[in-house]
Structure formats: C-alpha cells, structure tokens
Design a protein. Structure first.
Length: 300
C-alpha cells in the first residue's frame, strides 16, 4: 500500500452502489484513529454504513480499518475527500486507499487444462454473485476456448514452453495492459516471473491445491498421499517471488482417509479449490483485504 489514494474511474458504473465508496487504512495503533476518521467523513457529508477494524496490539501494534460510506454527489465530493484527508493520514502515519464501490474490477483469468476453478468464477460472475467484470481468459492451452466463449468472454491462447516463456509473458502483459485490475491464476500451471509480478503487486491471486505451508510446489496431492495425511485442503494467496509463499487470503480443508488414493484426493480437492479461490477473488473485488508484510487482514 502507498500513502497516496487512487480513485479508479474508468470502469462501468453500478447504479445500485453509485453513491458508495470504501476506505482502507493501515497505521500504527494509537488512541483517536476511529474518532478522527469518522469525524472527518461526517464533516464531508459522508454517512458510514459499514465499519470493520482490527489491531495487532493496542500498545504499538498495527491498526487496520475498513469504512464503507455513502456520499451524495460522489463524483464531485470524493476527490475533495481524497485531497483533504492528508491532514488525518499524516497525523496518524496512515497508508490508505479509497475505492468507488460501483467501479467493478476487471479480472484476467489465467488457466491451463483444468476447468473447475474457471467454471466457478464464470458461474458466479454470470449469476451476479461476483461483482466484477471478467475481461478475458488467457491460457497456455486451447482447451478452455469453447467454454469461455460460451460466456461471451474473449479467450487468448498463448503457448508457453521453456524456450518461449519470456516471449509468452511479454504477449500476456500486452493483452492485459490497461484491461485488467486483477490477475487470477485458476489452476494455471506455470510459474510467474518476478518481472510479471512487479506489474501487479498484491493483485495476482493463485489457488494452490494444498493447505499451505504443507506440500509446496508440484504434485501436492501425491505428496499428501505419500505422507498419509488425514486432511487435505486448498489455499488462495497473493503471488510473490517466493513460490507458494505469498500472503494467504483464504484456506479450507476436508477430511480424507487411508482409503483415498491420489485420484480420489484430487476429486475431493477440486471442490475445495474452486470454493476457496472464489471466496478470495470476491473479497478482493469488494476491497476487504489489507496486506501487511506477508500476512493479510480480511474483513469478510
């Protein structure tokens, strides 16, 4: 997070939330933070409709807060709030962002051959449960083209080999440039380079098919089977340069037994994966996540 607040203004409006905005704040904890921000918003004509807060330690730890508020004539008044808020943010050493609730985030979904996570996102998007725009699907295989285009979403097949990986990423970045606010790796079975990650800090979400930090890397279900685990899970996390080591957003598990072979573990795991990934994407698009160091605070 930066100390500057950025308002995204180039996405379609949702009439239902056209007067709502959100503010996310992280700062050292001390007395008076909530009162100061609440008073500031009141003075600027905002009506707070939701507030969530968390402190790591009231004696010098980090403090996190999410406000959602309604503001008459949002287009005119929100830039004024952004400009004036520095007198509060400087006083409390805040890192903060504001977002318009009506501005849907644009998602680029990356996928390989498995369709379950992609389909979950497409179904939730079509039903309106995912308040975002799936702008495109990008794959290193052609397999998901027909499925994707049935939903009216553009599909880009960009093949990736060890020799062409750098060129493939260059093409991917060209496709998503200025068209995506969030990258979702929906079982995209390629490692993303540091150069790519730099373009989307804390804006690439991956689903890993294990309960991290257990079974990092490839073939986690085979690793789990060989270890004889009694619980398997899935983890949605932001992507960093450390493989499967980024800030964790959501996890879930299910019990298994000695009777379950690797294929059965995969079958059970697919349900966990799609649910966990969809939750993480939904929370990100609703501005419910704050990242601090390698952890997340999720106001879900």
């Amino acid at each position: 997070m930066s100390s500057d607040s950025k308002i995204i203004t180039d996405m379609p409006l949702s009439e239902a939330k056209s007067g709502r905005a959100r503010m996310l704040i992280a700062c050292p904890d001390r007395s008076g933070i909530v009162a100061a921000v609440s008073q500031f918003l009141y003075e600027h004509g905002a009506n707070i409709v939701q507030s969530d807060q968390y402190t790591m330690d009231p004696k010098g730890g980090m403090f996190f807060i999410r406000f959602e508020f309604v503001l008459q004539d949002l287009d005119r008044e929100l830039p004024i709030i952004v400009e004036d808020f520095s007198r509060i943010s400087d006083r409390f050493e805040m890192k903060w962002h504001t977002f318009r609730a009506s501005r849907k985030k644009r998602i680029a979904v990356f996928v390989s051959k498995e369709d379950h996570c992609l389909l979950e996102l497409l179904w939730q998007w079509r039903s309106g449960d995912l308040n975002a725009d799936i702008a495109m699907v990008i794959s290193n295989h052609p397999d998901m083209r027909e499925t994707t285009e049935m939903f009216g979403i553009p599909y880009y097949h960009i093949a990736v080999t060890p020799d062409t990986k750098a060129e493939a990423e260059r093409k991917q970045l060209e496709v998503v440039a200025d068209k995506a606010d969030l990258i979702v790796l929906a079982r995209y079975m390629q490692i993303i380079s540091p150069k790519f990650i730099e373009q989307f800090p804390n804006r690439i979400i991956n689903i890993h098919h294990s309960f991290l930090p257990a079974f990092v890397g490839g073939k986690p279900y085979a690793q789990a089977y060989n270890r004889g685990v009694k619980i398997i899970g899935a983890t949605a996390h932001y992507v960093t340069e450390e493989l499967d080591g980024g800030p964790i957003i959501e996890q879930d598990v299910q019990r298994v037994s000695h009777r379950d072979n690797v294929d059965e573990l995969k079958r059970i795991g697919r349900t966990i994966e799609r649910v966990v990934l969809a939750r993480a994407v939904k929370w990100h698009t609703e501005d419910r996540i704050l990242v601090h160091q390698n952890k997340t605070v999720v106001f879900n």
